[in-house]
Design a protein. Sequence first.
Length: 113
Amino acid sequence: VQLQASGGGLVQAGGSLTLSCEASGNTLNINVMGWYRQAPGNERELVAVINTGGMTTYADSVKGRFTISGDGRRMVHLQMNSLKPEDTTIYYCAALGSWGGSWGQGTLVTVSS
C-alpha cells in the first residue's frame, strides 16, 4: 500500500486547511485510514481516523474543529478549522489493515499567531 498526501501549508490562527490522502496498491486490505501528527521530540499521536464503516475517532484536542471524511480505504480528507498555533507540526497519513500499517510522507502544517 502506498499513500500520497496533499494539502498543508501556512495559515493564520483561526484559519482552515484541508489535508487529503489517497491510497494505492492492495487497498482491499485497508480497514482504517487517517491522520497522525508528530512534533519534534514527541511521539506520533493520533489526530483522526475513519474506518470502512464510517466510524470516526478524534483526538480530544481537535474535536469540534477537525472533520475527517472519506471511505477509509482509498481516500480520506481532513478538514481543519479554527486552527491554532499549537496545531503546527508535521501530519502523516496512515493506513491500517491486515498487514499492519503504512505511512505516507509527512506534510507540514504551520499556523501563525
